[in-house]
Structures are given as structure tokens and as C-alpha cells.
Ligand binder design. Structure first.
Ligand SMILES: O=C(O)CCC(=O)C(=O)O
Ligand SMILES: [Fe+2]
Length: 304
């Protein structure tokens, strides 16, 4: 059953199938979302970065796991994954309920080495210390670079743990059997930030490599600081929609501005040295401030 706070989303009849599955069950696998050749190109672009990256530090990221970030520049074909039409559509449909535009939260290559124990079951939305169960904060996407099997540590996900379920206290013993997201290269596993999940243990003899791309509400602090990761020259090479997703777009009201304007001004050739600060309000906010101004002007006229 869909909890009441998410019922209006669930009731929408125009939803695409991926959004529908995410709202109803919290996760979905899309088979054959991209050609396997695209995944191979991305692996080539990564070169020896996994080899050269040291193992992660700490019990969560995992001492048997290597991770690196800034994928849009380190493997440019991953930009196509970030902008995958079905995924962006679903991110907008779901996160768009609580923000103007979803943003890129993270792009990460990760490799789980043989012998890695299973990761702690967790919800990715825990990174934001805010009340849960009122909204979805994020939306995560796992693209396998190697085929994922139960044996090599495919991601595990616990059904019925999303939306308001994320506020219920559950002991690990009550969780029941997880679904194991076994996938071929080219498939993709998509799950809400409220869904309980974990990397499995890798009992094979080869690393299990994947890419995580995640999207969050546009007004949240992101896992990866996109402004420090990608400079302006790089942003100008991107599809403008993707540039917007890494911060070159403001969110109403006036969040993420540059010199009082939408930061997309930085994508142009010339950036004027002197710029006016511009209101960026929702229609409802605009009515409030416009009405106030009209009243003030009328009062000033009457006083003349
Ligand atoms: O590698 C996986 O299968 C999941 C990793 C994960 O959930 C995380 O690092 O937050
Ligand atoms: Fe996670």
C-alpha cells in the first residue's frame, strides 16, 4: 500500500513505467537500458584508475572497495548514463514533487574486491539529517561494469522499506529475504534513497565493478561537491541540461545563484562584471511580493 504522503504521486495516471515501479515498490531493474558497447567504452575511458585508486577507508565505504568520483570528466561517456532519458524522466517525476529540478548528487566508479564482506544495510538518504518519511530526498542508479551475480556481490535490496517505511524501526532480523539485483552489463538498477539496500559479499575471484550515479533534490547539499569537481571550462563542454544538473541552474527562490543571477550566465562567452540581482520566485511567491509592492506604491501615491 502507498502511504498517504506519497499517494498523490502514486495516483498520477501519466507516470512513465519506471517512475510507477519506483513509487510502488521503491526500486526497479531496467534490462538493456544501454548497449553493452557503451559500458565497454566507459571502462576503456576509466583506464587504470581503479588500479591506481587506493582502497576506501572505513567500515562503510569498505576496505575491500575502491571508489573514485568525478566520473563525468574521468569517463566522459558516463555523461550519457547521467542523462539517460528514462532515468532523468523518473528523477524529475519523483523528485520534482519537492524541488524545481533534481541535481546530480554523485557520480562514482566502485570496485568491490574478492573477499569483501556484505555492506551494512542502509538508506542513502541517511546522509541528510532531516526528518524522513515526508518526501524522497534522492534517487540512486547502479550501472554494472561487470555482470552482477549473487556470487560476486550484486546489490541487495529489501522490499517494502521505502517512503514512510523508512521511519519504522526495524531490526535486521525482521527484514526478511532481500531481492538480489542480478544484472548484465547494459542493465540498470534504480532505487529510491529511502530504500534499504547493501552491496553483497564478493565470493568470486574477480572484482565486481559498477557505477553509481545519484540525483537529489535540487536544494540539498550534495555528496560530491560538483562546483569543486568540475570547473567552468568543463561545464561549458556539457549538454546544457547536464551542466544545469551540476549546478549551472538556480532553484527557486534564489538558491545557487551567481552574482544574483541564474548561474547559467557563466556558460555564455562573456560574463558581465556588473549584473543586477534578479528575483527567482514561484508564481505563488511572486504574487505575494508583487501584491505587497503594489499596496506600498498605492499607499505612497495616496500620501502624496
Ligand atoms: O555496491 C553496491 O552494490 C551498493 C553500494 C552502496 O549502496 C553504497 O555505497 O551506498
Ligand atoms: Fe548505498
Amino acid at each position: 500500500m502507498i502511504p498517504a504522503r506519497f499517494a498523490d504521486l502514486a495516483a498520477r495516471e501519466d507516470l512513465d513505467p519506471l517512475s510507477r515501479a519506483l513509487i510502488d515498490q521503491g526500486y526497479a531493474i531496467v534490462r538493456g537500458a544501454v548497449p553493452q558497447g557503451m559500458i565497454e567504452t566507459i571502462k576503456d575511458e576509466m583506464g587504470d584508475r581503479f588500479d591506481k585508486t587506493p582502497f576506501s577507508v572505513g567500515a562503510f565505504h569498505g576496505e575491500w572497495t575502491k571508489r573514485f568520483h568525478g566520473l563525468l570528466k574521468r569517463a566522459p561517456t558516463s555523461q550519457k548514463l547521467a542523462m539517460h532519458e528514462q532515468i532523468v524522466t523518473a528523477a524529475r517525476a519523483i523528485l520534482g514533487k519537492w524541488c524545481d529540478f533534481p541535481q546530480l548528487n554523485l557520480s562514482q566508479g566502485l570496485s568491490i574486491y574478492p573477499g569483501a564482506p556484505a555492506q551494512i544495510p542502509h538508506r542513502d538518504q541517511t546522509m541528510w539529517p532531516a526528518p524522513k518519511g515526508e518526501m524522497e530526498f534522492s534517487f540512486n542508479v547502479m550501472w554494472p561494469l561487470d555482470d552482477f551475480t549473487e556470487h560476486n556481490g550484486a546489490t541487495k535490496v529489501w522490499p517494502d522499506t521505502h517512503h514512510e517505511h523508512a521511519t519504522y524501526k526495524m531490526s535486521v532480523d525482521d527484514l526478511g529475504e532481500p531481492l538480489v539485483a542480478e544484472m548484465k552489463r547494459g542493465d540498470v538498477f534504480v532505487f529510491l534513497g529511502s530504500v534499504l539496500h547493501a552491496a553483497g559479499s564478493n565470493r568470486s575471484v574477480l572484482p565486481r565493478r559498477g557505477i553509481i550515479i545519484s540525483y537529489s533534490l535540487g536544494w540539498l547539499r550534495t555528496y560530491e561537491n560538483q562546483n569543486l569537481t568540475y570547473d567552468r571550462d568543463f561545464a561549458r563542454t556539457l549538454d546544457p541540461e547536464l551542466a544545469a544538473m551540476i549546478g549551472y541552474r538556480w532553484q527557486r527562490p534564489n538558491l545557487g545563484t551567481f552574482d544574483g543571477q541564474c548561474p547559467s550566465v557563466l556558460l555564455g562567452e562573456e560574463v558581465p562584471d556588473y549584473l543586477p540581482t534578479v528575483d527567482s520566485f514561484t508564481p505563488a511567491q511572486k504574487v505575494i511580493v508583487d501584491t505587497h509592492l503594489l499596496k506600498e506604491l498605492a499607499a505612497a501615491d495616496a500620501g502624496d
